[in-house]
Design a binder for this molecule. Structure first.
Ligand code: SF4
Ligand code: SF4
Length: 449
């Protein structure tokens, strides 16, 4: 298929087009490995919703190639198709030719952010997101106003009037996934070192995340309890900040590098065997540090060594094995559906391990939804930046999860949990992290279902 400038923006000029710069453009060798078979199209969520070739992996690869070749420009008409990609990496799993679309879209996103002048409203929303979300200390300042906002019932009012949606669909999308603020959100009280229970098997570091630390602190506490109960001494350096997932996925090159360096420095003297993370998106980025800092002579090797120690919590526990006794979570069989987060399933190829662990809980019956490998639409901040596509994917995902007849949903990514919870609307079914379920099971806590 030929891509011409005409096919994307009706502009005939083909000379001196503003395209990618020379700083790590999408690699032509990787582009050439695509044989245009189209197998990836059916698994691509943006193609499923938008239905256009240019919003599919194959179409985006054509665009990258044409921009690389100077045939078309990087402009609104082309950048929108890169922006519509969720970065879910389902196409990487599907592609029979092993096309490394993850590398291609990552290089492209950094190019887009450097070379494509966004509109002022787009810039402002992105700036708000990139300033706020990777900065837990700053985010924490908003907790009290948000608590008051929720206590006074403003969310119901705002959503009922639809006013915010009319003013800014993106801000409305941000508001709609706001989790319930609790007193726990104000606490950050995990000690620096927590001893193993019984015989010490490993010394592990734990990464707290940004959103996870503030809005899902029970998940971090559960993770620490599960690890210590299974013979791990846990180390939590307080200097750790954001893992860089958000800026890295959105092409904010320098911010991502700075955050990765800070994270590596935080763990520099901890002497841990592994670095454990319980959020799928963060885990994928942490494992990519060697790539993110490949051009940094001071940090290149440190980044590779750090990344080699990173393990998803479920990956780690399934590998080293649980040593604690597990109790049933309910007095009847528990129908549980595990929601695969894309950055675990496609990004880290982790799907068996969480299921293995959950099946060890007595009484758990695992259900499988249709389209399990399809993104829920959360995709980091995608549901805030592309709310319409995310809305449709969220509705589809929740319907598929509910159709399993499960009593409970479990997901190992805060973004997925927020997206699914939003679309559950009124359904009484809860979404918990697998670490919370293991923790309850270890402590003999019964769930009310
Ligand atoms: S990315 Fe892979 S699956 Fe998709 S068109 Fe190219 S070769 Fe085929
Ligand atoms: S990463 Fe996901 S949304 Fe993007 S092209 Fe691949 S399958 Fe489609």
């Amino acid at each position: 298929m030929q891509v011409s400038e005409n096919s994307v923006n009706n502009t005939p000029s083909l000379k001196n087009l503003k395209g990618f710069d020379g700083n790590n453009p999408p690699d032509p060798k990787l582009i050439d490995s695509c044989v245009h078979c189209g197998f990836c199209l059916s698994t691509c969520p943006s193609y499923r919703v938008l239905g256009k070739e240019m919003d599919s992996p194959r179409g985006r690869i054509y665009l990258m190639d044409a921009i690389n070749e100077g045939e078309i420009a990087l402009n609104t008409a082309t950048a929108q198709h890169f922006d519509s990609c969720l970065g879910c990496l389902a196409c990487v799993t599907t592609c029979p030719s092993g096309v490394q679309y993850d590398k291609l879209i990552s290089a492209t996103r950094h190019q887009v952010e450097r070379n494509y002048p966004r509109s002022l409203p787009d810039k402002l929303v992105r700036q708000l997101i990139f300033t706020l979300f990777p900065n837990p200390d700053l985010l924490r300042l908003f907790l009290f106003p948000l608590l008051v906002y929720q206590k006074l019932g403003f969310p119901q009012l705002i959503r009922a009037t639809g006013l915010l949606k009319k003013i800014s669909p993106r801000l409305a999308a941000m508001e709609s996934i706001l989790p319930k603020i609790t007193l726990k959100s104000f606490q950050d009280n995990l000690p620096d070192v927590i001893p193993a229970q019984g015989k010490k098997r490993y010394r592990v570091g734990v990464i707290l995340g940004c959103v996870q630390r503030l809005f899902f602190s029970p998940v971090n506490e559960a993770t620490v309890r599960v690890l210590t109960a299974n013979g791990c001494e846990v180390v939590i350096p307080k200097s750790q900040g954001c893992c860089a997932a958000l800026p890295e996925h959105q092409g904010q090159t320098e911010q991502a590098k700075a955050l990765a360096r800070q994270m590596i420095d935080s763990f520099a003297d901890t002497n841990v065997d592994f670095v454990i993370i319980n959020a799928a998106g963060c885990g994928h980025t942490l494992k990519e540090y060697g790539h993110i800092l490949a051009d940094d002579p001071e940090y290149r090797e440190k980044a590779q060594a750090f990344a080699a120690k990173v393990k998803d919590a479920q990956e780690f526990l399934a590998t080293v094995g649980l040593t604690t006794k597990l109790s049933p979570l309910t007095d009847k069989p528990l129908n549980l559906v595990y929601q695969d987060a894309c950055h675990l399933l496609h990004g880290q190829k982790i799907s068996v391990q969480p299921r293995q662990l959950l099946r060890q809980i007595p009484g758990v019956k695992l259900k499988e939804p249709i389209d399990a490998a399809l993104c829920c639409g959360s995709a980091g901040v995608y549901n805030m930046l592309q709310p319409e596509v995310a809305e449709e994917l969220g509705q589809q995902k929740v319907q598929n999860l509910l159709n399993t007849g499960a009593d409970l949903i479990t997901s190992a990514n805060p973004g997925c949990t927020l997206q699914i919870t939003k679309h559950l609307q009124g359904n009484k079914i809860s979404v918990l992290h697998p670490m919370e379920l293991l923790d309850y099971s270890i402590r003999g806590v019964q769930l009310e279902i």
